[in-house]
Design a protein around this ligand. Structure first.
Ligand code: NAP
Length: 310
């Protein structure tokens, strides 16, 4: 079926790709090629540098040249969600597409980030969110995917803590009745809804605590503005102090450079079971591969391709 998706001027072998900017250091082609090798498929994966605002041209090129699938990364996820003619319920709710499938010329978008995160928890910590209390720090695109996926997995509570409270409110709504907003500094001051819950209490009761901000990332900590707890780059920026964590909990960080982040290493010191962001990267890519090829993705081969010595 996919062979027919390629046009007469298309590549001689099935082609997939990743679009983003900057894209030079993307691990997606490495993951894709490892999967193709393990599956015995003569397919190719390429990284395309696509400047912000130019996703429409990339999608047009995908259709014209019969490119089978595109992985979509920063800064194009929202634009692609607005451009694809058809998409999954998940990407429509998130307003973000990270994967496009070319179905014989008809483009279909979806989002595998949340699915990848949930799979990474299972692989890395044997953790299932059903009936569990979760706390997600951050309210950007990644946090949205994580919060929706945790709620869809049956979490009893998905609390969201973010520097900008209005964004946390919007993200918590994705979790429906399980959603809850924790204000920075809650417990220290009164809120319009009365005194907020103490962060210490929320963390103590959580089964899962997730860092979905870029804080701790090598080469920068997101935008270097002021945070709820201090200036970026120092341990004081950890909105959830790792010493509040305890054995029996899972701490997950979406950041995977470095592995582990300082926060995750400190969480392990405190006794939590830790999961870094590489698993989400591998599993969201595996879910995309499954869509494009119709085959069971070779997750272990993909993992080995990006995790040195594991
Ligand atoms: P985003 O849309 O830009 O959102 C960033 C979030 O982090 C916002 O909630 C922002 O708060 C908060 N933030 C940024 N800098 C901060 C700081 N210095 N102190 C406190 N909060 C800060 O980014 P994103 O796409 O959600 O990505 C978040 C992280 O997840 C990135 O590191 C990204 O690389 C990683 N990620 C990993 C995977 C994976 O596969 N492992 C997938 C996707 C993303 P405000 O709302 O107040 O601005």
């Amino acid at each position: 079926m996919m062979a027919e998706a390629r046009s007469a001027v298309g590549p001689s072998v099935p082609l997939v790709g990743v679009i983003g900017s900057p894209i030079a250091h993307s691990l997606s082609p490495v993951l894709h090629q490892a999967a193709f090798a393990a599956l015995g498929l003569d397919w190719r994966s390429l990284a395309f540098e696509v400047p912000a605002g130019e996703a429409a041209a990339a999608l047009a090129g995908m259709g014209e040249h019969g490119i089978v699938g595109l992985s979509v990364t920063m800064p194009h996820k929202a634009d692609v969600a607005a451009l694809v003619p058809a998409q999954s319920d998940v990407s429509a709710r998130l307003g973000a597409v990270n994967c496009v499938l070319n179905r014989d010329g008809a483009l279909f978008g979806t989002n595998t980030d949340g699915e990848g995160f949930v799979a990474s928890l299972l692989r890395g910590a044997g953790f299932s969110a059903a009936g569990r209390r979760c706390l997600v720090v951050g309210a950007g695109g990644a946090a949205r995917a994580v919060v929706l996926a945790l709620a869809e997995s049956g979490a009893s509570e998905v609390a969201v803590l973010n520097r900008t409270v209005a964004r946390a409110v919007a993200v918590a709504e994705l979790a429906g009745g399980a959603g809850r907003v924790i204000e920075p500094g809650a417990g220290d001051r009164a809120t319009s809804r009365g005194r907020g819950p103490d962060l210490e209490e929320v963390v103590a009761q959580a089964d899962l605590v997730v860092n979905a901000t870029p804080v701790g990332m090598a080469g920068g900590t997101g935008d270097e503005g002021s945070t709820a707890a201090g200036s970026a780059g120092s341990t004081s920026t950890w909105i959830v102090p790792p010493e509040l964590l305890h054995p029996g909990q899972v701490a997950a960080d979406l950041v995977y450079v470095p592995r582990p982040t300082a926060w995750l290493a400190a969480a392990a010191e405190a006794g939590a079971t830790t999961v870094d962001g590489l698993g989400m990267l591998v599993h969201q890519a595996a879910a995309q591969l499954a869509l494009w090829t119709g085959l069971e993705p070779p997750v272990d081969a993909m993992w080995r391709a990006v995790a040195d010595g594991e």
